[in-house]
Ligand binder design. Structure first.
Ligand SMILES: CC(C)(COP(=O)(O)OP(=O)(O)OC[C@H]1O[C@@H](n2cnc3c(N)ncnc32)[C@H](O)[C@@H]1OP(=O)(O)O)[C@@H](O)C(=O)NCCC(=O)NCCS
Length: 136
């Protein structure tokens, strides 16, 4: 992911309405030495992105998204593996997801993430967060 990708990344995020980061937040991720930010671009159009933090021995998947029309075609899996491949100094990868986000939870579970805790009323609207970890 580069600065030039941000208009399309913001557009994708708006389309999915699953998080609300502004351009400045994405920019600081791109610039952070501990962050790995990746996009999936097909014929010049960004169809997905993912952001990881590498903080050896731990890492975190902060965000992953595929454009609605392109979901369930393997793009999310490719983005996830692109990030996991970077985790050479890390022992585990954490993430948190809304309790009701069944699609994402199925996706993470398919890729070997295990539920280890639930944080009650974690989100501003009162929804719980499901916390997952994948041992590397
Ligand atoms: C989670 C997400 C990134 C997966 O991306 P994707 O490109 O569809 O992923 P893939 O095609 O590589 O993987 C598909 C797997 O995800 C799960 N999945 C995806 N869509 C699903 C759905 N509608 N119902 C159930 N499981 C689903 C399944 O495990 C599926 O595997 P299967 O097809 O063998 O059953 C995508 O659904 C998304 O962008 N969701 C909105 C944003 C979001 O919630 N991000 C996560 C929170 S940060």
């Amino acid at each position: 992911m580069t600065e030039n990708d941000l208009p399309q990344v913001l557009d994708l995020q708006r389309e999915l309405a699953f998080q609300d980061w502004n351009e400045k937040q994405f920019l600081s991720e791109i610039k952070a030495s501990y962050a790995y930010c990746v996009v999936c671009e097909i014929d010049g159009k960004i169809q997905g992105y993912a952001i990881f933090h590498l903080l050896g021995p731990d890492s975190e998947l902060l965000s992953i998204a595929t454009r609605e029309t392109e979901q369930r075609k393997g793009i999310g899996s490719q983005l996830l593996h692109a990030g996991l491949d970077q985790l050479t100094n890390e022992d585990q990868c954490f993430l948190e997801v809304r309790d009701g986000n069944a699609k994402a939870r199925a996706f993470y579970e398919k890729h070997g993430f295990k539920l280890y805790n639930v944080r009650k009323k974690y989100y501003a609207d009162g929804e719980d967060a499901a916390l997952y970890v994948k041992k590397l």
